[in-house]
Design a protein around this ligand. Structure first.
Ligand code: SF4
Length: 391
C-alpha cells in the first residue's frame, strides 16, 4: 500500500525518506511542495531528481479529501462538505473578518461525547479522521481561497495567506483523536508548510483532562474549553463527559496548562521558536434560554473560575431541528456578560456567522453513518484515543 504523504509531519517524513534511502532534507522540500505549492503530482516537483520522483510515484501518494458541496453564506462565510469515504462527510467552515480569516476544522466523523445542544453530538460517532483528512481541510481551503478573486473573500487580510487562524472546533472532540490531531497541528505550525504561530492555532475541548496535560507537553497551542455550565449538576447534563472529568479536575488542568505556558520550561523549550501559546484559557459558554443563562449562573461562574487566567466567549445558541433548546434573548446575554465583566473577566459575545448555511457554532452535522447503538440517556461514557488507549 502506498503512503499518503499528507499524513506525515516533518519528523515522520524524515523517517519515510530514510526508509527509502534518501537524505533528511527531502522532507523539507516535499513539505513545501505539498502544503505551500499545493502540488499533488510528483512529476511536477521539479527540484527533485527524476529518479526520486519516480521512486515517490511508486511508493507514495498525496491524497486530499474532496469537496461534495461548498455553499456560500450571505455574510461571506464558506462551508465545505468534504467526503472522507464510507459515505461519511465532514464540514469545514471559513469565517472571513476584517483583520483575519479563520478556518474551523473537524477532527472526527461525528462525535461520541453527545453534548446536549450540539448537532454533531446528536448524530453519533463513526470514526477518527486521519492526519491527512484533518490537515487536508486546511490544504483544501487555502487552495480554493487563494484561487478566488480578492473581493470574493470579504475582509481577508492577506491574499497570500487567506487563512490566518485555525480553530479545532468543528465536528468531533479533537483530544479524543490525539495522535492524528497533534500530527496535523505540527504540520500547521511548520514553517515549511503553513507556518501558523501557536497563538493563531486554537484547540477546543469539552474537557478530557489527561489529554489536556498531554497536549501541554506535546503540542501547546491556544486552549479553549467548552464549559457551558457553572456547576457539576448542570454540566453533567449539558456536557456528559463532565461525569468522568468533573469541574474541579478540569479547572485544575486548565491552571496547569496556563502555568506551563508562563513557566521557564516553555520559554527555553524546543517550542520557543514558534512562541509560547496564550497565557489564558478561553472558556466557551453557550447561552441556552432558561437553562444556564441567569445572573445567578453568572455569579456561580465567577466564583468557579476565579483562580484560572481566562477569558469568556458567550455563544448565542444556534438552533437546529429538534434541538429542544432556545437561544437566550439578547437582554439576558447582556446581563450575563455584565456580571462577568464587573468581576473583571474579559467577556465577548460571539457574533453568529454562517447561520444561513448551517455553518454556525453547534450546527455542523456533516454526513455520518452512525455505527453506534444509541443508548437511553448517558449512563456510560468511554473515550478512547486514536491508539485505542482509554483516556
Ligand atoms: S460540542 Fe464538541 S464535544 Fe460536544 S458533542 Fe459537539 S462536537 Fe462533540
Amino acid at each position: 500500500m502506498k503512503t499518503n504523504l499528507l499524513d506525515l509531519d516533518a519528523s515522520a517524513l524524515v523517517e519515510f525518506f530514510a526508509g527509502i534511502g534518501e537524505k533528511p532534507y527531502r522532507a523539507r522540500q516535499v513539505l513545501r511542495w505539498v502544503h505551500q505549492a499545493g502540488e499533488t503530482d510528483f512529476s511536477q516537483m521539479t527540484d527533485l531528481s527524476r529518479r526520486l520522483r519516480e521512486k515517490l510515484s511508486a511508493r507514495a501518494v498525496i491524497e486530499v479529501p474532496h469537496s461534495v458541496s461548498a455553499p456560500h453564506g450571505g455574510d461571506g462565510t464558506r462551508k465545505w462538505l468534504l467526503s472522507v469515504g464510507g459515505g461519511n462527510a465532514i464540514e469545514t467552515v471559513f469565517i472571513p473578518e476584517r483583520t483575519r480569516g479563520t478556518l474551523c476544522i473537524s477532527s472526527q466523523a461525528g462525535c461520541a461525547l453527545e453534548c446536549a445542544f450540539c448537532a454533531t453530538g446528536r448524530q453519533g460517532f463513526n470514526r477518527n479522521l486521519t492526519t491527512a483528512e484533518i490537515v487536508g481541510q486546511l490544504w483544501w481551503a487555502v487552495r480554493v481561497l487563494s484561487s478566488e478573486p480578492h473581493k470574493a473573500r470579504l475582509g481577508e487580510p492577506d491574499k497570500a495567506r487567506p487563512v490566518s487562524n485555525v480553530v479545532m472546533m468543528g465536528m468531533g472532540e479533537p483530544l479524543a483523536n490525539f495522535t492524528n490531531v497533534v500530527r496535523a497541528m505540527h504540520i500547521m505550525l511548520d514553517d515549511n508548510a503553513y507556518g501558523l504561530s501557536r497563538r493563531r492555532l486554537t484547540l477546543s475541548t469539552a474537557g478530557i483532562v489527561p489529554a489536556i496535560d498531554r497536549l501541554r507537553e506535546e503540542c501547546p497551542v491556544a486552549l479553549a474549553v467548552s464549559l457551558h455550565a457553572p456547576n457539576d449538576a448542570l454540566r453533567d447534563v449539558l456536557v456528559p463527559i463532565n461525569r468522568k472529568y468533573p469541574l474541579r479536575q478540569l479547572l485544575a488542568a486548565c491552571r496547569r496548562y496556563v502555568d506551563a505556558s508562563l513557566g521557564d520550561e516553555m520559554v527555553t523549550s524546543k517550542w520557543q521558536r514558534k512562541g509560547a501559546p496564550r497565557d489564558f484559557v478561553t472558556f466557551e459558554y453557550i447561552m441556552l434560554d432558561g437553562v444556564n443563562d441567569s445572573p445567578l449562573h453568572a455569579r456561580e461562574l465567577v466564583a468557579l473560575t476565579r483562580d484560572v487566567p481566562c477569558k469568556f466567549n458567550l455563544i448565542p445558541f444556534n438552533a437546529f431541528p429538534d434541538s429542544g433548546f432556545a437561544r437566550s434573548p439578547d437582554s439576558r446575554i447582556r446581563a450575563f456578560q455584565e456580571v462577568l465583566a464587573n468581576a473583571g473577566f474579559v467577556t465577548t459575545v460571539r457574533r453568529t456567522r454562517g447561520g444561513d448555511i448551517d455553518g454556525a457554532c453547534g450546527q455542523l452535522a456533516g454526513r455520518v453513518h452512525d455505527r453506534r447503538t444509541r443508548r437511553a440517556g448517558h449512563s456510560t461514557i468511554r473515550v478512547r484515543s486514536a491508539e485505542g488507549r482509554r483516556l
